[in-house]
Design a protein around this ligand. Sequence first.
Ligand SMILES: C[S@@+](CC[C@H](N)C(=O)[O-])C[C@H]1O[C@@H](n2cnc3c(N)ncnc32)[C@H](O)[C@@H]1O
Ligand SMILES: [Zn+2]
Length: 130
Amino acid sequence: MIERRRSGIHGWGVYATRAISKNTRIIDYAGEKISNRESLKRERTYLRRGHIWCFKLNSRWVRDAAVGGNVARFINHSCTPNCYTQIVGDTIWIRASRNIRKGEELTYDYMTDGEGHIACKCSPNCRTMI
Ligand SMILES: C[S@@+](CC[C@H](N)C(=O)[O-])C[C@H]1O[C@@H](n2cnc3c(N)ncnc32)[C@H](O)[C@@H]1O
Ligand SMILES: [Zn+2]
């Protein structure tokens, strides 16, 4: 249903290899389950290289896709995304927020509130920090 390709937004991205209907559970965001405290340490190291790999499960736990991650870790952020995330227990599902055409890049909103200090390139005139 999806594959990794070079992205117009940044580096690698993930693309639909067939049409995906709204609300489909596309993939889970895999990664080592670590404590929030451990993730703060790792995130600092990752961010020095401009990378965001840690995804918050809840106030105590985080998934670090740099360790044991799958292709979901290459899904880029967009401020007008075609996917959303849904946390069910320990699983972070990436689901289609609308019908997605074959060949479209998958994106979701990282909701980092500018913590990463990375200028968003989801569109030429985007001024958001992710
Ligand atoms: C989970 S990775 C996504 C895969 C990434 N494109 C790669 O090649 O490794 C997250 C990183 O991708 C980049 N990224 C994702 N969405 C972006 C966006 N909208 N604008 C700029 N950089 C973005 C940032 O460097 C971020 O730290
Ligand atoms: Zn943007």
